[in-house]
Design a protein around this ligand. Structure first.
Ligand code: T4K
Length: 393
């Protein structure tokens, strides 16, 4: 069997498939000269944080998101916290979140005393299941924080209906969502606010960074102040606040990266197609798709490993790929509610088990994509997977 062959090669000290590591999450950089010019401008102005580049970045983001307001943030984790506060949520409130997400979704709330209550997800989309969410609404439930996981939009209309029935604040963790649509409209303008991430390994990056986008003037006003110690434009401390400002250097990178977003989209789309072709017919291996009929950013290349059909578990495939210098990542495993801080207190956080979140977390594996990956790399990764899957002919 190929799996045995590969393991044997490993033990025999044979060479891995790639001599250099092939990463998931290599940054999409854009035009370096434009970046350098912007940095020079900031140095010349001697204005290093929360200045003209941040404003320009906010305007460009609002345009992409189709929103009236955008408030840039130092990262999406702080963005979710500020959006929650600006949206009126306070410590002790309970907010419904999906079990299948990156831990930041839950941590952002928990860190400010808001209790994340984990709901199960729809397995096909990976997003929060509105029906399960509704069953979990209790006397302290005040909000829903949906996640457009891997750029797949939540069931926004159903969540809006649910929220209206129970008077809940709806927020979206749109860390993966920039450049995607829901029913033809850009992700960004739904709920009370949505939050993008521009971490280095995101589709659009600003080294670290994030943004709150909204059409609600009051939410935007509070968020802008809360990002800066609660200080309003007239220099009054009107709200409790934090320091979550974005630097000019980060905005320079964000603007540069955003300018090339359509090039990144094209590269990701081509990569996606090439992986699909390369992995077609491999038993038990499927490439996840973003929503049909929507604009997708294909930011993540996620395969699902059906272990009984493939003859190999995701964890073993991950191990063998890693040995071959393909640094795949099991995004997102374990499921968020199974992580130590939450699994320890299921009575507070989750009605366990959440079988669909757990099943997804057990099957997914992110493969390298983005502008740093070449078509030849993809052919070699697909060929390698084909050899590693025992039940492939
Ligand atoms: N909500 C969701 C659904 C999220 O996925 C995230 C973040 C958030 C909220 C919070 O957003 P931020 O507060 O971060 O803005 C990473 C990131 O730290 C995290 O931002 C991201 N999601 C998550 C999916 O991935 P790690 O621990 O896997 O990343 P790290 O630093 O080990 O990097 C992964 C790979 O990326 C490396 O193996 C190589 C590559 N890389 C990374 C960096 C930083 C580079 O090539 N260059 C780089 O500079 O968590």
């Amino acid at each position: 069997m190929e799996q045995t062959t590969n393991a044997a090669r490993h033990e025999a000290g044979a060479a891995p498939e790639f001599t250099e590591p092939l990463h998931v999450g290599r940054p999409n950089l854009g035009d370096r000269d434009r970046f350098r010019q912007r940095i020079e401008g900031a140095l010349d102005r001697q204005w290093l944080t929360d200045g003209p580049l941040v404003l320009e970045f906010e305007e460009a983001l609002a345009q992409v998101a189709g929103t009236t307001y955008c408030v840039a943030m130092c990262n999406a984790t702080a963005g979710i916290q500020v959006a929650a506060r600006a949206g009126g949520l306070v410590a002790g409130d309970e907010v419904l979140v999906p079990g299948f997400t990156w831990v930041a979704t839950a941590h952002a709330l928990d860190w400010i005393g808001i209790v994340p209550v984990f709901c199960d997800v729809d397995e096909a989309s990976g997003t929060i299941d509105p029906e399960h969410a509704e069953r979990l609404v209790g006397p302290r439930t005040r909000g829903i924080l949906g996640v457009h996981v891997f750029g797949h939009p939540c069931e926004i209309d159903r969540l809006a209906e649910l929220a209206a029935r129970h008077d809940l604040v709806v927020l979206y963790d749109a860390a993966h969502g920039i450049g995607c649509t829901y029913r033809g409209l850009p992700i960004g303008g739904f709920g009370a606010a949505e939050v993008f991430s521009f971490h280095a390994n995101k589709y659009v990056n600003s080294f670290e960074g994030g943004a709150i986008v909204t059409n609600d003037a009051a939410v935007a006003h509070r968020a802008r102040a809360m990002r800066n110690f609660g200080i309003t434009p007239d220099r009054k401390v009107a709200f409790p606040g934090t320091n979550a400002k974005l630097t000019e250097g980060a905005a320079a990178m964000g603007l540069t990266s955003l300018e090339s977003m359509m090039d990144f989209a094209a590269a990701n789309r081509d990569n996606h197609g090439r992986y699909r072709a390369g992995l077609a017919g491999v038993p038990g291996i499927s490439v996840r798709r973003q929503a049909a009929d929507e604009v997708a950013n294909h930011q993540y290349l996620i395969i699902e490993v059906d272990a009984p059909v493939a003859g190999i578990h995701r964890d073993r495939l991950h191990e063998l790929l890693t040995w071959n210098n393909v640094l795949s990542r099991p995004y997102f495993h374990p499921a968020c509610h199974q992580l130590l801080p939450y699994a320890d207190r299921p009575e507070r956080y989750a009605p366990l088990p959440l079988p669909r979140s757990e099943a997804l977390a057990d099957r997914v594996l992110a493969l390298p994509t983005g502008t740093a990956v070449t078509p030849e790399d993809i052919d070699r990764v697909a060929g390698l997977i084909r050899r590693l899957v025992p039940n492939a002919s």
